[in-house]
Design a protein around this ligand. Structure first.
Ligand SMILES: [Zn+2]
Length: 365
């Protein structure tokens, strides 16, 4: 068998390095999302997940995250023998992994570790043994065609180290030469620090509630969202992908030379070249010829002047209606359109700019 190493260098989520390797603890990831296999869980640990375990196994790979002598944090028994004296193996249950094959790989790994550390079969235990948790869930219940007794039986019958073990040395912790793991690192480093999807969403002023994350997960094709770490990693990277283009798009929209016209139109302003030239003059833009750079400057000036002039004139977009109501006037659109026409505002559509003009006219009256 081949054990790929992707060793975590920090010990911050462990109890130290004095594991006597007296036991082997079997877990299942309980993460059924497609793609949430050994590599995803190894990455999770590489990026500082708050719990830790030594090996993760799926139908294709065995990946080691911590040397056997590390006391990982997985058993739910605090400073008990589960955390301090056992080697933890997570069997992946993602739906696109062949569970029986993953179990076979786990069996081989268990056998291997038993021989290496002289661990007897009766010390190959379930996570349940330490904390009472229903883990490994499928093995305990036989849900995927293989139960705990069968698993132990497989281990018993597995060849005694006949198969050579190849250890593929660590790929992540050895510097920038390896492109694959380090390429995924920057995204996930930020991702997994302190369950950071919530932080990231908050930072981006998004609703980070479980309900909203579940909705977004569904939109992003993440099935059965339960808020697991792996699902959160997937969701966060999808959100980031979506979020980034959005920011760039809106920026580039602003910069598009044509957008001053759009902006003026949306504000009910006369966006003709002549008027833009006039405004440009007012704002100190010399020799306006409608270049992109001039339009950007003009647009910014218009936007700034809008936000400045707003409070000065005490004109909130919607306030015409309020003002009319206070003055016992009919504030319906029909009546406003009629009044607009009366005051020479042509093509009244109820835009903010038109309402401002109309309100001023009404007040002047
Ligand atoms: Zn477990």
């Amino acid at each position: 068998m081949t054990i790929k190493q992707q060793l975590v260098s920090t010990r911050s989520n462990t109890y130290g390095e004095s594991n006597p390797c007296n036991y082997i603890t079997i877990h299942e990831t309980a993460n059924y999302s497609k793609g949430a296999g050994a590599q995803v869980h190894a990455n999770l640990q590489s990026n500082g997940y708050s719990a830790s375990w030594h090996y993760q196994v799926d139908d294709k790979a065995v990946i080691q995250s911590f040397p056997d002598n590390v006391q990982c944090w997985h058993a739910g028994d605090g400073r008990g023998k589960g955390n301090l004296e056992s080697i933890a193996i997570e069997i992946c249950v993602n739906l696109d992994s062949d569970f029986k094959k993953a179990v076979e790989n786990a069996v081989e790994l268990v056998k291997n570790l038993m021989i290496k550390h002289n661990i007897p079969l009766n010390k190959v235990v379930q996570h349940n043994h330490w904390s009472g948790k229903d883990c490994p869930h499928n093995l305990r219940n036989g849900y995927k065609g293989v139960n705990w007794n069968t698993f132990i039986d497989f281990v018993k019958r597995a060849p005694n180290g006949n198969k050579p073990v190849t250890v593929m040395p660590s790929t992540t912790e050895k510097g920038p030469a390896q492109s694959k793991p380090s390429a995924s690192k920057p995204i996930q480093t930020t991702t997994m620090k302190s369950e950071s999807i919530v932080d990231w969403m908050k930072a981006n002023k998004m609703d980070s509630s479980y309900a909203n994350r579940a909705t977004l997960a569904a939109q992003q094709g993440i099935k059965d969202y339960k808020g697991t770490a792996a699902q959160n990693i997937t969701l966060l990277s999808k959100l980031k992908k979506e979020y980034k283009p959005k920011t760039t798009t809106s920026k580039s929209e602003t910069i598009k030379s044509g957008s001053v016209v759009d902006y003026m139109n949306s504000e009910g302003m006369n966006s003709s070249f002549a008027n833009r030239k006039k405004l440009a003059g007012q704002y100190g833009i010399k020799n306006y010829s409608g270049t992109a750079a001039q339009n950007i400057t003009l647009l910014n000036k218009l936007k700034n002047s809008k936000s400045v002039s707003k409070p000065k004139n005490e004109v909130k977009t919607n306030s015409i209606v309020d003002w009319m109501k206070t003055n016992h006037m009919d504030s319906s659109y029909t009546n406003r359109a009629k009044l607009a026409q009366k005051y020479g505002i042509s093509g009244y559509k109820g835009t903010a700019a038109q309402n401002i003009v109309l309100l001023n006219k009404l007040k002047d009256k």
